[in-house]
Design a protein around this ligand. Structure first.
Ligand SMILES: Cc1cc2nc3c(=O)[nH]c(=O)nc-3n(C[C@H](O)[C@H](O)[C@H](O)COP(=O)(O)OP(=O)(O)OC[C@H]3O[C@@H](n4cnc5c(N)ncnc54)[C@H](O)[C@@H]3O)c2cc1C
Length: 463
């Protein structure tokens, strides 16, 4: 970056501009494990700081990469072309919670769990619950349209964003959307920015819908011999007209990983597990939990465990929550894909993945949000074996092709970033890509915001 540009940023930010190597390293990576050093890091405290940064970037032509907690799985917050990382960590205020009209107004650096807890204190519920909720930010969740366990019943981040304030690539401050339950005036610019991965605008404020907190919940852990049975059960539950607030499937590979970390008492022959949760009014929860138990047994469950109190429910969640830490022990690098297939094709996808693992000689651990058809496919690699890395890359490409062939999508919640950029056109087609590029040019004509994302032309090096 040019010295003049750094000096202008220094005038604007004072000691909220950092250029030391130590600080730049801290902002050079995300959950993909890839590293790209920024030239500088700035810490805005309000929308005007963000606006001035983008205006300077247009004048001096440097990239601006917005960053929340850096927990993304697709490289979205990585400064792949250098420039300035704009960290939202000091824009972390919950500005208001309106308990009559049921919405919250927040800054982008608010940690998701903080908002959920503040809403809960008022008997309200902000449903989006990415597993990263203890550290990921609302801004990052909006930019990736994060999902989570309860998306099957409550939807994803997009479904809770009523309106936004965002600085466009031009430095203009745009306000979109409403603070009312409905609103259809003009094009839906709010939805345009949600999921745009920091490439169209930097969110400086969000108006988020809240709903009443469910009164009660129950958790069930159903254990099966094989994935086909749990996948059939998922479809049978939907056909029984129950919508659980979580339907998580863990296959044998995931269960084995957890068992290697900490033994969990499971019956002989367990090869697949379904973690189910229902919530709502007390009576309804009991009724639905009984119905789910019946459906699981009718589809060959070896055992169904159930809990309604908080400690018992937490105990049942242990198996699911332990997968991520357990995976870290299996191999240092994981290619974590988040494909979605129509629910009715889940069993076929599991069979395909098992065959792929044998054919390509790569270890694949599979689990995920089965209720949405959203499976986390983790290809585990050592990071030191070039041939294994190649086989893993080829396996990923096969998974994506199969997903699209089945009528699915290559990302349900992690976004494109740099990881899936080479596969964008395969899913949306050349016209889809061309229209997206035209929109990008409209929001950010000089390509200032998060360049090198979504539209990367050459194949990304992933390992
Ligand atoms: C252990 C773990 C579990 C996870 N579980 C889930 C899960 O269950 N569901 C899920 O969906 N994801 C999950 N993720 C992925 C990740 O946490 C989400 O994508 C999250 O939304 C990223 O938030 P962040 O604050 O870390 O954003 P970052 O990683 O910092 O940034 C993500 C993207 O958002 C952009 N961005 C950040 N702030 C702004 C802003 N204010 N304006 C515009 N753009 C912005 C960045 O430029 C980047 O493109 C998980 C990650 C980890 C490490």
């Amino acid at each position: 970056m040019h010295a003049e540009a750094l000096s202008a940023l220094g005038n604007l930010f004072g000691d909220r501009l950092r250029t030391s190597l130590e600080t730049r390293i801290c902002y050079s990576f995300d959950a993909t494990g890839k590293k790209f050093l920024p030239d500088a890091v700035v810490y805005p405290v309000n929308a005007e700081d963000v606006r001035q940064t983008v205006l300077l970037a247009n004048f001096h032509r440097f990239p601006v990469v917005p960053r929340g907690a850096g927990s993304g799985f697709s490289g979205g917050s990585l400064p792949v072309q250098g420039g300035v990382v704009l960290s939202t960590e000091r824009m972390d205020r919950i500005i208001s919670i309106d308990t009559e009209n049921l919405y919250a107004v927040v800054e982008p650096g608010v940690v998701t769990e903080t908002l959920k807890l503040e809403a809960r204190k008022r008997g309200l519920f902000y449903p989006p619950d990415p597993a990263s909720l203890k550290f990921s930010t609302v801004g990052g969740n909006i930019a990736e349209c994060a999902g989570g366990m309860c998306a099957v019943k409550y939807g994803v981040t997009r479904d809770y964003v009523l309106g936004l304030e965002a600085v466009l690539g031009t430095g203009e401050l745009l306000r979109t959307g409403v603070a009312t339950a409905k609103g259809v005036v003009g094009y839906d610019l709010t939805r345009m920015i949600v999921g745009s991965e920091g490439t169209l605008g930097i969110v400086t404020r969000a108006t988020l819908r809240l709903i009443p907190l469910p009164e009660a919940a129950a958790t069930l852990l159903a254990l099966f011999h094989e994935n086909r049975r749990s996948a059939e059960t998922v479809n049978a539950i939907v056909a029984a007209r129950v919508t659980p607030s979580a339907m998580e499937l863990m296959d044998r590979t995931a269960i084995d990983c957890v068992q290697a970390l900490m033994p969990v008492q499971l019956p002989e022959g367990t090869g697949s597990a379904l973690l189910l949760e229902v919530d709502g009014a007390e009576g309804q929860v009991a009724r639905e939990a009984n119905l789910l138990t019946e459906v699981c047994h009718a589809h060959g469950a070896i055992e169904v465990r159930r809990a309604s109190d908080a400690p018992g429910r937490e105990e049942l969640w242990k198996l699911r929550r332990s997968i991520s830490p357990a995976l870290r022990r299996v191999a240092p690098v994981k290619l974590n894909e988040d494909i979605v297939v129509p629910r009715s094709r889940l069993a076929d996808m599991f069979a395909f993945l098992s065959d792929l693992s044998d054919r390509r000689n790569v270890r694949i651990v599979t689990f995920g949000h089965a209720g949405d058809g959203n499976i986390h496919v983790n290809i585990m690699v050592s990071g030191t074996d070039a041939d294994e890395a190649r086989r893993a890359e080829e396996a990923v490409a096969e998974v994506f092709h199969k997903t699209v062939e089945m009528g699915g999508t290559i990302s349900g919640e992690h976004g494109v970033g740099i990881s899936k950029a080479p596969f964008l056109e395969m899913e949306v087609g050349p016209l889809g890509v061309a229209v997206m590029k035209r929109l990008k040019a409209c929001f950010d004509p000089n390509g200032i915001l998060n360049p090198g994302k979504i539209f990367l032309d050459e194949a990304a090096v992933r390992v």
